[in-house]
Design a protein around this ligand. Structure first.
Ligand SMILES: *Cc1c(COP(=O)(O)O)cnc(C)c1O
Length: 349
């Protein structure tokens, strides 16, 4: 079989040669003692780039979000978050299990929750009610197809919470994709929030790692929570070295992934039986409906896999394609050819 074209996720990206070189050469120490110079450098660079006082490395985005939540919250609190958000949808019920809180979801539109909806969800002071302890936002919004929140949208949502003394956490796993798509400095997107998590291991190509950033006192507190969860790492400068390369060399090229996603979306839109609006996907995530084909997304995904194109179903009728640095424009074109042939061979529609 021909080479695999892996469009399942940008998490499949492999570290670059530069990263491997930097990892091999990294100066290291025991980071639990705060003695790993490469990790210190990554955290300083990350804080500066993301526009916060301090940053802390975590092994995964999920741990980053959960550590941030645990740092903000008290047991018994209620957290407001978008109904399709990663923290609600894909983090194994961590808010309930680890923070001991309950969730209050709001159906947003492309990740945006109307300020009035947020205001209505915030609990007044009442003997019967839990305390609203946190508002979570997500940019780009994964299940909304890489949808982008502007700085202004972020500001108006955060303001409603802040007016009531409630902190705001941003799940910014792909925040640099948002900044690139908007053509704004990422710091404008993070300025309205108290804490932000972003991933080095997705489009930026590092093998492992995410960062949590916020005020220095918040990060000091978060370090203890990270230790509690088993996320205190030792010679983690090996990983930080790759992260530094990711932040310094891999951000600007994300635009190529967006261009490839656009090419893929336009190609898919031209295939009869597939439904996708190319204008609806501003970054590197596409969601395409196969409803008209008369087969399930699961089945369609299996057919693609047989022909070397990997993409995950995200609902019974929808399949998700994610572009990234390890898929070239040429591969996007061959994926389109393969998909076209598979669709032609299905004659139910
Ligand atoms: C991938 C992702 C995460 C979690 O990152 P992991 O490193 O896979 O744990 C969190 N939020 C969003 C929006 C993501 O896409």
């Amino acid at each position: 079989m021909a080479e695999l074209i892996d469009l399942r996720s940008d998490t499949v990206t492999k570290p670059t040669a530069e990263m491997r070189k930097a990892m091999a050469a990294a100066e290291v120490g025991d980071d639990v003692y705060g003695e790993d110079p490469t990790m210190r450098r990554l955290e300083a660079i990350a804080a500066e780039k993301i526009g916060k006082e301090a940053a802390m490395f975590v092994p995964s985005g999920t741990m980053g979000n959960q550590v941030a939540a645990m740092t903000h919250l008290q047991r018994g609190d209620e957290v407001i978050l978008e109904a399709e958000s990663h923290i609600f949808y894909y983090e194994v019920g961590g808010l309930a299990l680890l923070s001991g809180v309950q969730t209050r979801t709001i159906q947003g539109r492309k990740g945006f929750m109307e300020p009035a909806q947020i205001a209505a969800a915030i609990r007044p002071d009442d003997l019967h009610f839990p305390r609203t302890g946190l508002l979570c936002l997500e940019n780009t919004h994964n299940r909304a197809g890489g949808a982008v929140l502007t700085a202004e949208q972020t500001r108006v949502m955060a303001q409603v919470a802040h007016e009531r003394g409630i902190p705001v956490h941003l799940d910014g796993a792909r925040i640099f994709n948002a900044a690139i798509a908007l053509g704004t400095d990422v710091r404008e997107l993070t300025a309205p929030v108290d804490s932000v998590m972003f991933c080095l291991s997705k489009g930026l190509g590092a093998p492992v790692g995410s960062l949590v950033a916020g005020r220095k006192d918040f990060i000091d507190k978060a370090r203890k929570v990270r230790k509690l969860l088993g996320g205190g790492l030792r010679q983690s400068g090996i990983l930080a070295a790759a992260g530094i390369v990711a932040l310094e060399q891999m951000v600007d090229r994300l635009v190529e992934d967006h261009v490839n996603a656009r090419l893929l979306a336009e190609g898919l839109a031209n295939i009869p039986g597939l439904t996708i609006d190319p204008d609806a996907f501003p970054t590197n995530i596409l969601i395409c409906s196969v409803a008209k084909l008369g087969i399930s997304a699961q089945r369609f995904s299996a057919l693609l896999a047989q022909h070397g194109v990997l993409a995950n179903p995200t609902s019974p009728t929808e399949i998700r394609f994610v572009t990234h640095k390890d898929v070239t424009k040429t591969q996007i074109k061959s994926a389109l050819n393969i998909i076209n042939q598979i669709v032609k061979a299905i004659d139910q529609f």
